[in-house]
Design a protein around this ligand. Structure first.
Ligand code: ZN
Length: 319
């Protein structure tokens, strides 16, 4: 394995492209570009090429010392052929990332999804170092997870294993983006918490969070943290509700898979300690006593870099 690889985290709002030193897991250099106004396969392709060129141009390492380019995208992936089958938030469909980027740079390209690369990053240099049996759960716009068994990410028959966000927690519950009702994501994501707070504010419930809000801009994890620090009743209730559902989902995962470790990450977990603590405390009381006695929880360690670091190791996944 060559020492360096390029890791790309292709998200709904930005492309983070980094040169990763695979010997120590350090990000040597990175380039960040917004994707907000440039959706669609061609625009995304051009932004990726531009990012890789900028990155290679800004470092002192020759291209022949770069072993591979790993790309993780928020969407459905055909791993074997490196195709982004569907990524609605990027407006990309049937986009052959592997073929096109490989043709452009003559470096082998590997493609995975966003949660998978984050889990790989945490396994290599984050909270799951030396643990080959764990589940990663990321809470953000949605709720995503990756299940690792024997050091390998479980893919399932169609490559979609680990969709904890669409675990049904309320049979006649809220509608979910996937078309079903009562999915965990509709209750425990940052979006769900935002909706609940916004709904209550519209009905005239008082909350200190209104002091931080700017019109037309969404509620952020930071605003939620500040409101909880001030003991705000509405925000606390909304976070408690999300923790209640998330912990139910985690308890089901613990009972079903019996992992040694669960890693929780994403903006809301990172920013709001109260959410993390409440969730893990509740999860332990909701699952069966025997698996509960062994389960360990940790916060993700690598933050924004977990994806690019993991993507730099996608090459190993396909061996
Ligand atoms: Zn769903």
């Amino acid at each position: 394995m060559k020492r360096y690889a390029i890791g790309i985290d292709l998200g709904g709002t930005k492309i983070l492209t980094a040169l990763v030193d695979r010997f120590n897991g350090k990000v040597v250099h990175f380039v960040k570009k917004k994707t907000k106004n440039a959706k669609g396969s061609e625009n995304i392709y051009n932004k990726m090429v531009e990012s890789i060129r900028d990155l290679i141009g800004e470092i002192d390492i020759p291209a022949n010392e770069i072993g591979s380019i790993g790309v993780g995208a928020a969407g459905q992936i055909d791993r074997e052929n490196g195709i982004l089958i569907a990524a609605p938030n990027l407006d990309c469909f049937d986009f052959n990332i592997k073929e096109r980027i490989q043709d452009e740079f003559a470096i082998p390209v590997y493609v995975g999804n966003d949660v998978e690369i984050a889990a790989l990053g945490e396994m290599k240099f984050g909270s799951a170092m030396n643990c080959d049996d764990f589940v990663c759960v990321f809470v953000g716009t949605g709720v995503g997870s990756s299940i690792v068994k024997g050091g390998k990410i479980i893919k399932g028959a169609t490559g979609t294993a680990g969709e904890i966000g669409h675990m049904i927690v309320d049979v006649n519950g809220r509608p979910c983006n996937c078309g079903a009702h009562g999915c965990l994501e509709a209750y425990a994501s940052r979006t769900a918490i935002e909706k609940r707070i916004e709904g209550a504010l519209k009905k005239g419930r008082p909350s200190v969070i209104s002091e931080y809000l700017e019109s037309g801009k969404p509620i952020t994890s930071g605003m939620i943290r500040k409101s909880i620090k001030r003991d705000d009743e509405l925000v606390k209730q909304s976070v408690d509700e999300a923790a209640d559902y998330l912990s139910a989902g985690l308890a089901s995962i613990i009972n079903l898979i019996n992992p040694k470790l669960i890693i929780l990450g994403g903006g809301l977990i990172e920013a709001v300690d109260y959410f993390y603590e409440t969730t893990i405390k509740k999860a332990k009381t909701k699952c069966l006593p025997v698996p509960a006695s062994k389960i360990e929880f940790k916060k993700a360690l690598l933050g924004d870099y977990s994806g690019v670091i993991g993507a730099a190791f996608l090459e190993e996944r396909d061996r």
